[in-house]
Write a protein that binds this ligand. Structure first.
Ligand code: G1P
Length: 271
């Protein structure tokens, strides 16, 4: 059973400056709802019961967004606002599920995940990067289904244009079946020449606790950061139970300004 989800939120958001100079990108509204809330709702619908948010001192406003009871109770005491009451109830529901872990130096996704080690109780957990929104289909649910079928680790993936491979983690594949394949290797942001395929990682992972041992052994990689991709690579070499889930639904990249603007347009068009 996958009940816990790790969400790294300590990134600086430099691709979205100047907007992110005062507001975390994960709280920026997309059609009236923060980016992060789409991710939470997807996970809750897929059966997740606990979230571990990795934040930094610079991103305390994420904590405040979910834990600002004084504000709500004061206003609700003064006037009965039905809409606000509903929103507050939602916030209270999230509150019960969220734990915070701190990563004050941006040392990469691997380092962020490692900081959650002591909180992970089961063999497998979900990890989601909040830049990547997937609408129309619940990607986490699909991944959990594939995990149950294969008993292995899962990475959500989509085909991208060859010329864009150096923007992504890219998978080397084998035994392709309908909707999924076995992952043979993974490489972070390869050149077009070195890319083993055009199947890109889209920010959703089901990983085993064994990943922590691999992260521990890593030295800083690309850009001086500890990358989760490098730890995954080591683990794949040791055990082959890694699968790529070719997601259904629509992928939206919220990590760049143009992608963010487009996400708002796409979500508002949704039926
Ligand atoms: C991260 C991952 C990369 C993945 C991408 C998806 O990169 O390291 O493997 O393909 O997210 O959005 P980042 O967006 O942090 O550069």
């Amino acid at each position: 059973m996958i009940k816990q989800a790790i969400i790294p939120l300590a990134g600086l958001g430099t691709r979205m400056l100047p907007l992110t100079s005062v507001m975390p990108k994960e709280l920026m509204p997309i059609n009236g709802k923060p980016n992060l809330q789409y991710i939470l709702d997807e996970c809750i619908d897929a059966g997740v019961k606990e979230f571990i948010f990795i934040i930094s001192k610079k991103k305390l406003s994420i904590k405040k967004y979910f834990f600002n009871d004084n504000l709500y109770t004061k206003i609700l005491k003064k006037k009965k606002d039905k809409r606000l009451l509903e929103e507050y109830k939602k916030i209270k529901r999230y509150q019960k599920m969220i734990k915070f872990v701190y990563q004050n130096k941006p040392k990469g996704t691997g380092d962020a995940v490692f900081k959650c080690k002591k909180f992970i109780k089961s063999k497998y957990f979900l990890m989601l990067l909040p830049d990547d929104l997937i609408i129309n289909k619940n990607c986490s649910k699909e991944m959990i289904r594939l995990h149950k079928k294969t008993n292995g680790s899962i990475i959500a993936t989509k085909r991208v244009e060859r010329k864009t491979v150096s923007r992504w983690g890219i998978l080397s594949i084998r035994n392709k079946k309908k909707g999924y394949f076995q992952i043979q290797d993974v490489v972070e942001k390869p050149s077009i020449k070195k890319a083993p395929s055009n199947f890109a990682i889209i920010g959703r992972y089901i990983l085993t606790r064994k990943i922590f041992d691999e992260i521990k052994k890593l030295k800083p990689g690309q850009g001086g950061e500890i990358h989760i991709t490098d730890a995954i690579r080591r683990l794949i070499k040791k055990e082959s139970k890694f699968y790529g889930n070719i997601f259904k639904g629509k992928y939206l990249d919220c990590g760049t300004l143009s992608g963010y603007i487009n996400s708002g347009i796409q979500i508002s068009k949704r039926k």
